[in-house]
Design a protein around this ligand. Sequence first.
Ligand code: CUA
Length: 178
Amino acid sequence: MTASYAALATLLASLAVIAIGLVVSGKRFPLETFATAIPRVYKIRMGYFVVLLGAVVIGLALTLPTTPYPYRFSDKNPEIVVKVSGQMWSWSMTQDSTEGNLMLPVGKLVEFDVTASDVNHNFGIYNAAGELVAQVQAMPDYTNRLFYTFDVPGHYYVLCLEYCGVAHHAMNTEFDVK
Ligand code: CUA
């Protein structure tokens, strides 16, 4: 949807540029016009520059303090914390106060604390339809926090998305969301 809006906007902007070009190319201006026009054009260009610079500075000021973006949820206090560790070639996923099979709730913010005990892996969560819903790098000596709210109950699969050796393809696990 967004892509087709972007394509339409690009098309309209291109047509506008072509239309302006056609109108201007059909006109003849005496040479003196340029002497007065150039300073005006430079002024307009400086105005655009100031507006763009302001937009960039405001945009950065608003968004940079919230990076890395997943941490913007950290003040929401996730209700569930799952410790995830990758090792060649399996995943361990443990939830506070839960023994046995992992079961996550629908509609609650879940924090996955993801690390690895040997080499780099990638923790990728897939839904039952085989669509990737969330992923984060699993690195030794570092814990990545992945925040996700499951809106759809069902069976989910975890696949490793970083090549980590001969059995990388078998580094899977699964869990349920109810
Ligand atoms: Cu672990 Cu690929």
